[in-house]
Design a protein around this ligand. Structure first.
Ligand SMILES: Nc1ncnc2c1ncn2[C@@H]1O[C@H](COP(=O)(O)OP(=O)(O)OP(=O)(O)O)[C@@H](O)[C@H]1O
Length: 585
């Protein structure tokens, strides 16, 4: 129950609603026990008429009608309050469920890129959906049934004791057995349903992948094999379901058996006691039979609730694990720290913790405000890592990165990110309209600003050629953009932000050289006061920049302008000559 303490703050938040819930439950149970009492009374009056202790049939009739009206009234009131009880507890549980989801999502947003690398997306999703659902069962049904059971027990059993103590003991004796049996059954049901869930999610993942990769499956003629693997998974999933159904099928028969045993005990022992005079009224036996039936379900819920709490505890442990995770990149500065574009790397070395790969070794360079820097080098040489470090996706441990002589860590992180326009290597677009995808960089942007940004990224003409223009929906529900179009929409998203620092991570690779030239030309115009870093494999991209940094194996091997570097023997000159001859051929 330790992990579940995390939820106490939410119980506190909704304390008044919960208090109302408890009062409603107590009222509902009080009226519920009135029914057996009036039934018992009715049997007694009939019995008295048969024994001739009451001789006037009109008195009997009047009493019976009155009891029927009381029963009807009690049933209606009980039903109304039971409705209110469910409304209160279940609604509160839905409130807390939403609050908890928000808390988890907020935490996810704060956690750094490294966290996402260490944990699988499926796991992150499960904790915010499956696990929260299990916790909700504890917040809603478990709480509601517990209060219901406690109230019913206190009210019913004390009433039973007051009218027939010995018979009460015999009647409730089998109930703990029922509770334990239901508990065992619930645990077994839970184990089996977890397996069912696992296989269902395997099946879903497999199906999803098969649909996404349908073109590869068809191209390699793998339909048969894919079908076979699907059938195997579907069969195992079916077997697991049957296992579950077998155990679930035991639930109600077991309850009926134990209710039957309790009823028999009431009839047998109650009957004997009535014959030997321990019990005076025959109606008591009828009342007790009704009480036994009334108690059975709450007793069964004790076992069920115990297993719900166990599952909720296990889920909350998993949720807390992520909630307690400390973000690696934190903002320690709340004051205003102007972001100017002078960026200096001083002896920066960087090793990725998870792979132990040293991506940068003793890197030093300077980028002045307004300059455009090209970073060029073989694949895996550390180009993207430089951009990642400027954007503080990771923190530097060895060496320093300074922006206007202030270490990066001493800058307000929010301000830093606001002043940064980053275009990743594989551009990601949301399943939304093109316009909203561009506006992602500046929510309040006007249509005109969106068009201007798209023009600067040389994608405006493509967009207006679509039937729906800027309102064209992308992704699964809509059209798929070509690689180059995607890259350019991503560039427009960065440009619209009008940031101080632009980080382009090889984001012109899918664009033809002519369009690339246009974009670079536009960029030149808009980046007068901005510092821009362009990671590239092409000399055509690098040649007009203010400085070119050539990386190899995490080290800077050359640095200078295009004109300087083509005169020096080395990587850049070789690349230049190679790409030149490719162009000529
Ligand atoms: N997030 C990461 N976690 C662990 N290792 C990484 C990570 N990103 C990159 N690396 C490793 O660091 C090295 C440098 O990678 P980086 O992405 O900076 O190279 P790059 O020059 O941008 O390559 P490319 O041109 O292929 O994009 C590589 O060996 C890579 O495997």
């Amino acid at each position: 129950m330790r992990a579940l303490r995390h939820l106490n703050k939410y119980f506190f938040k909704y304390k008044y609603r919960l208090l109302v819930g408890v009062i409603i439950t107590v009222i509902a149970r009080f009226f519920a026990i009135a029914v057996p009492k009036f039934v018992g009374d009715s049997v007694d009056i009939v019995e008295q008429y048969i024994n001739n202790s009451v001789t006037d049939i009109e008195v009997v009739k009047e009493k019976l009608i009155l009891n029927i009206l009381f029963i009807l009234g009690s049933v209606l009131i009980t039903a109304f309050f039971t409705f209110l009880m469910r409304q209160t507890f279940i609604v509160v549980s839905r409130f807390i469920e939403a609050d908890l989801k928000n808390e988890i999502f907020r935490q996810y947003q704060q956690l750094s890129v490294n966290f996402y690398k260490k944990n699988r997306t499926g796991d992150l999703m499960n904790r915010i959906s499956e696990d929260v659902s299990k916790v909700r069962m504890y917040l809603g049904p478990a709480l509601m049934y517990s209060i219901n059971t406690i109230t019913l027990f206190v009210v019913v059993i004390s009433y039973m004791f007051s009218i027939a103590p010995q018979l009460t003991l015999y009647t409730i004796a089998p109930l703990p057995i029922l509770s334990i049996a239901i508990y065992k059954l619930s645990v077994s049901i839970h184990k089996r349903s977890t397996l069912v869930q696992q296989f269902l999610s395997k099946l879903t993942t497999y199906t999803q992948e098969s649909f996404s990769g349908i073109s590869v499956i068809k191209a390699y003629g793998l339909e048969e094999q894919t079908q076979e693997r699907f059938s195997k998974l579907a069969n195992t999933s079916k077997d697991k379901h049957i296992d579950l159904v077998k155990v679930q099928a035991l639930f109600f028969p077991m309850m009926i058996l134990l209710i039957g045993v309790s009823n028999l005990l009431v009839i047998f022992i109650g009957g004997n006691q009535f014959v030997n005079g321990t019990i005076k009224d025959f109606g008591i036996i009828v009342e007790f039979i009704m009480f036994v039936n009334m108690l059975t379900w709450p007793v069964a819920t004790v076992g069920w609730v115990t297993s719900i709490i166990q599952q909720a505890e296990a889920s909350q442990v998993r949720i807390n694990e992520f909630l307690n995770e400390k973000p690696e990149i934190v903002n320690t500065v709340s004051s205003h720290t102007p972001i100017e574009g002078n960026i200096v790397f001083k002896n920066v070395s960087f090793t990725y913790e998870d792979t132990s790969i040293t991506a940068l070794k003793n890197i030093s360079f300077e980028a002045k405000k307004g300059e455009t820097i090209a970073i060029i080098g073989k694949t895996g040489s550390g180009k993207s890592t430089i951009l990642n470090l400027i954007g503080r996706s990771y923190d530097v441990i060895q060496g320093d990165i300074l922006i206007n002589n202030t270490p990066l860590k001493s800058m307000n992180l929010e301000e830093l990110r606001k002043n940064m326009g980053y275009v990743p290597q594989d551009s990601f677009l949301f399943s939304d309209t093109i316009k909203n995808n561009i506006k992602f960089g500046k929510e309040e942007a006007t249509d005109q600003e969106v068009y201007e940004a798209a023009k600067s990224a040389s994608v405006h003409k493509n967009i207006i050629n679509f039937k729906e223009g800027y309102e064209t929906v992308l992704g699964e529900r809509g059209i798929t953009l070509s690689g180059g179009q995607k890259q350019r929409v991503s560039i427009a998203r960065a440009i619209i932000k009008d940031p101080t620092i632009l980080l382009f991570d090889d984001c012109l690779s899918a664009v033809d050289t002519e369009t690339e030239e246009q974009i670079l030309h536009n960029l030149n115009k808009i980046s007068k006061n901005k510092t821009a870093f362009i990671v590239t494999h092409r000399v055509s991209t690098a040649k007009n920049t203010d400085k070119i940094i050539v990386l190899e194996d995490g080290q800077i091997i050359q640095q200078g302008t295009h004109n300087q570097l083509i005169t020096i023997e080395g990587y850049y000159k070789n690349l230049y000559l190679k790409q030149l001859s490719e162009k000529e051929n």
